[in-house]
Design a protein around this ligand. Structure first.
Ligand SMILES: Cc1cc2nc3c(=O)[nH]c(=O)nc-3n(C[C@H](O)[C@H](O)[C@H](O)COP(=O)(O)OP(=O)(O)OC[C@H]3O[C@@H](n4cnc5c(N)ncnc54)[C@H](O)[C@@H]3O)c2cc1C
Length: 452
């Protein structure tokens, strides 16, 4: 009864911005690749700061959870209610507020997608370099500390978000961070909200660092006879200090899935997708040539250089559609995606162990990743009912990563799925994380049950 009364009040306050339409609630209680879904009580489509404050005030009064929602592309169960909760959809707050060309800055609302932002700033000769393989919102990307194929060169969200405007659980609005390239002024609350997965506050505005579009881009693919040799080659190129802009791994199974999904005929062998960005053609060419020598010394069997813009786009299309190619290849299966990162020098060792473990556990899975960052994913596909086998695999990969000094999640976040790994990685520091959560959200209304 109290719940019905609470929702009726929300309708009265926010009118048509509140939806209990079946499609809306179902699409907001679902995470890509997470085996369960659960609809929230309602979806609120916020259109301004006041809407966000109203929802948080209402939630505090009725002790109902609020799950911030960007584009819904997260992978770890972050959006699934763990009790009575509404989804707070920020996608209508999607304006680019201004671009400061001379400062290489943009200020945007949280619901703007990075794809749209790039479309809008491109004519100024600028770009925002973080490209998770999905059309995510900037707010969701900050909330998960997302990264992408160019993070090896330009950094992830923490390095490229300078300031945030955040609404706290008590409705207070905070500005954290400054539009400057560096600051030593006080505790860094901006970086605390980045990666907090909607559990500490609702991000409504971001000040972002932009990059000049590179004048010269060199893109190529290098194939190797086996997976570990491919990864070793990636670490050799990184150790050489060459300023790689992208360095991505796809295994043999991944290439087979891409061929089927996109109707291509690429060699079905482990491959590195590589790119260099430079201000002069001679510079980019020299870097590419040097990398090619290193790759050949490491046993490369074939190189395909993208000569035109179209060829470049086709190359990256294969990488960006890889996840969909694999889920289509394993249609009807459930997926567990590991997301560990280790120090670069340990990458060949852990990839070899993950590959061995897949065989030993008779699991089907593809190993792909942002290897220039020491980060790889194993996408394990299991028939329904066998999910615990995939979980056992993931647990072992995380243990190996932690023993090598790595992390359980490099970019996808914790959500529900990776919560159990937190104590393994952080030990007693998890208790301090819990205390921070209690400090910012004493009533526990912000994305309850996630992260800690
Ligand atoms: C095919 C595919 C490929 C992917 N590749 C990558 C990759 O390469 N790198 C990578 O980092 N990720 C990747 N992802 C994961 C995903 O795209 C990222 O986690 C993304 O950052 C989520 O953004 P979103 O807008 O979809 O957020 P959502 O999924 O809507 O939300 C994600 C989390 O952030 C919170 N949140 C959302 N908006 C806000 C806000 N305004 N304020 C506070 N909290 C908020 C939510 O409550 C939730 O906890 C991939 C996903 C897919 C489907």
């Amino acid at each position: 009864m109290a719940l019905e009364e609470a929702i009726a009040r929300l309708h009265r306050w926010l009118g048509p911005k509140v939806s209990q339409n079946r499609y809306d609630v179902e699409t907001h209680g679902h995470c890509e690749s997470y085996p369960e879904s659960k609809p929230p009580l309602a979806v609120v489509f916020a259109e301004c700061e006041e809407d966000v404050r109203s929802v948080l005030q209402w939630a505090g009064e009725y002790r109902i959870g609020v799950i911030p929602f960007g584009a819904g592309t997260s992978l770890e169960g972050q959006l699934l209610p763990q009790g009575p909760a509404v989804s707070l959809d920020l996608s209508r707050m999607n304006r680019l507020l201004h671009v400061r060309l001379e400062d290489f800055l943009a200020v945007a609302e949280a619901g703007l997608t990075q794809v749209r932002l790039n479309h809008l700033v491109r004519n100024h000769g600028l770009f925002f370099p973080i490209d998770p393989g999905a059309e995510a919102t900037l707010g969701g990307m900050a909330a998960t500390n997302a990264s992408g194929t160019m993070t090896v060169r330009y950094g992830g969200m923490r390095q490229n978000v300078l300031a945030l405007r955040v609404v706290l659980a008590n409705g207070q609005v905070l500005e954290v961070g400054r539009p400057v390239r560096k600051s030593s002024s006080g505790y860094d609350l901006k970086d605390l909200f980045i990666g907090s997965e909607g559990t500490l506050g609702v991000i409504i505005r971001l000040t972002l660092r932009l990059q000049p579009l590179p004048a010269h881009v060199y893109t190529f693919r290098v194939f190797f006879p086996d997976l570990v040799a491919t990864v070793r080659a990636a670490t050799v190129v990184m150790a050489s200090g060459l300023p790689v802009a992208r360095l991505e791994l796809v295994d043999e199974l991944g290439m087979r899935a891409v061929n089927r999904y996109l109707g291509r005929s690429y060699p079905e062998a482990p491959v590195l997708f590589v790119e260099f960005h430079a201000s002069t053609s001679a510079g980019a060419n020299a870097e590419m040539e040097e990398a090619l020598v290193l790759f050949h010394d490491e046993g490369a069997i074939r190189t395909d250089v993208a000569r035109t813009e179209q060829e470049r786009a086709t190359q990256w299309e294969a990488r960006h559609k890889l996840y969909w190619a694999l889920t289509s290849h394993f249609a009807g299966h459930q997926f567990m995606i590991t997301d560990v990162a280790v120090p670069l020098s340990s990458l060949p060792e852990i990839v070899a162990q993950a590959q061995h473990l897949l065989g030993e556990m008779s699991l089907e899975g593809s190993i792909v990743g942002h290897v220039g960052d020491g980060n790889f994913h194993t996408l394990v596909a299991v028939p329904p009912g066998e999910y615990s086998r995939a979980e056992r695999f993931a647990e072992q990969v995380v243990e190996i990563a932690l023993n090598l000094g790595g992390t359980a999640s490099a970019e996808h976040g914790v959500g529900l799925r990776k919560k159990r790994f937190l104590p393994l990685e952080h030990g007693p520091a998890v208790e301090w994380m819990r205390q921070l959560k209690a400090l910012f959200d004493p009533a526990g209304v912000l994305n309850p049950g996630k992260v800690v």
